[in-house]
Design a protein around this ligand. Structure first.
Ligand SMILES: [Cu+2]
Length: 403
């Protein structure tokens, strides 16, 4: 009997390690990219293992910037302020509660307010029962050995505790993980898609002059502002603005200036019609693409020199509609991740009716590989984006797709 119990105990030990990997980890960092007029900043809100705790906020950007921060708990309205400079020591803002918070970030005269949740990891009841049964079976096993297997009660107790522990370990992949403290109520699936409307301020922007592009998001069912955007690829909104001919291209990450209102300041060198495509994802809903257009008046202005066009390698060399094509882009130096991915490829049909965003894989230190399928024949405008030496590189090219 002692041997059987010892064997059971060893089984428990060997199974215990992988089972723990199913416990939800709340202590992960939240990374969000925002485009201010002064430049693009990615800040990271570090996860915490308990509250109260200092919430560490760090910032990274290609040019030095300083950010004024204010952390506000939506539970009781307490606030804490601090500041962080890009690439420097993180700011430590005291977080008192788990649950909904707002981080107000100010750069110059621009303010973005980011809703997020402070999550504290907890243990599910079943993991506590499992740990307890594990401990009790271990202790009773010692008792069994000391009593030389003669006490039936101890033997029975050790067997029962070991059985409970083994059963829970075997069932653990199917048992629900613990919900972290402060987690949002589970979003009901199938929330309606957001209705998006673009506008500019002033209504008729001019070339060479800064203007604001606004995206208003409204829930189609309730008419209320949509304020439940999920962070995907390190931003809440990925906004692509292109001139109709594709000569001007911006990929930016607007600031949340009010519930359901996202704003970004832009300056463009050419007059004419511009297309805006925004990628968003509501919590409890799928990803969606919103599109709009606006006009820019004025005379053509000198443009920033466009980066050297890449010569992509296409496989097959003559892509056809409906079949995947692999596109390889060579950089002239080591590629660094941007927005959590080695590289991004944005493809627009000539008329702007189709926009696709593909993520690349690194094929070697300085080669990016993308695979995508074009819906129909025609000429497509493409921009490959990646980071190199801390700078964002944008490489435009065009592709001809056959039928
Ligand atoms: Cu983006």
């Amino acid at each position: 009997m002692t041997r059987v119990l010892a064997a059971a105990f060893l089984v428990v030990l060997s199974l215990a390690a992988p089972a723990r990997a199913h416990v939800v980890e709340a202590g992960t960092d939240l990374r969000i990219t925002q485009t201010f007029a002064a430049g693009e900043v990615t800040f990271a809100i570090a996860g915490v293992s308990q509250v109260p705790a200092p919430l560490r906020v760090s910032a990274r950007a290609s040019r030095p910037m300083s950010l004024e921060l204010e952390l506000r708990s939506l539970t009781d309205g307490t606030t804490a302020t601090g500041s962080v400079a890009t690439g420097r020591e993180p700011a430590a803002l005291p977080a008192v509660h788990a649950g909904p918070h707002e981080l107000r970030v100010q750069v110059g005269d621009e303010v973005s307010v980011i809703p997020f949740r402070v999550l504290v990891p907890t243990s599910a009841l079943w993991t506590m029962v499992m740990d307890g049964a594990f401990l009790v079976s271990g202790l009773l096993l010692v008792g069994v050995v000391l009593a030389n297997g003669r006490s039936r009660l101890v033997v029975a107790g050790a067997s029962a505790a070991a059985s409970v522990a083994i059963a829970l370990i075997l069932l653990s992949p199917y048992l629900p993980p613990a919900r972290p403290e402060g987690a949002a109520p589970v979003a009901e699936p199938g929330r309606p898609y957001a209705q998006g409307r673009f506008s500019t301020l002033p209504a008729r922007p001019a070339t060479g002059t800064e203007f604001a592009l606004l995206l208003h998001l409204v829930d189609g069912a309730t008419g209320r502002p949509v304020d439940d955007l999920a962070v995907h690829h390190e931003a809440t909104v990925h906004l692509v603005v292109t001139s109709r001919d594709g000569a001007v291209f911006r990929h930016v990450h607007p600031l949340r200036t009010a519930p359901g209102v996202l704003t970004v300041r832009l300056r463009v060198p050419r007059p004419g019609r511009y297309l805006a495509h925004a990628e968003i994802e509501r919590q409890g809903s799928g990803g969606q693409l919103l599109s709009g257009a606006f006009e820019v008046a004025g005379e053509p202005r000198p443009d920033a020199p466009s980066q050297q066009a890449a010569a992509p390698r296409l496989v097959p060399s003559a892509p056809t509609a409906g079949s995947p094509v692999t596109i390889e882009i060579g950089a002239d130096g080591p590629i660094q991740p941007w927005l959590g991915m080695p590289g991004h490829l944005i493809v627009r049909s000539r008329d702007g009716g189709h926009l696709a965003h593909a993520h690349g894989t690194a094929a070697g230190e300085s080669v990016l590989r993308f695979t995508l399928t074009f819906p129909e024949r025609g000429r497509y405008l493409a921009w490959a984006q990646y980071a190199q030496e801390g700078r964002l590189m944008t490489r435009p090219f065009t592709m001809e797709v056959q039928r």
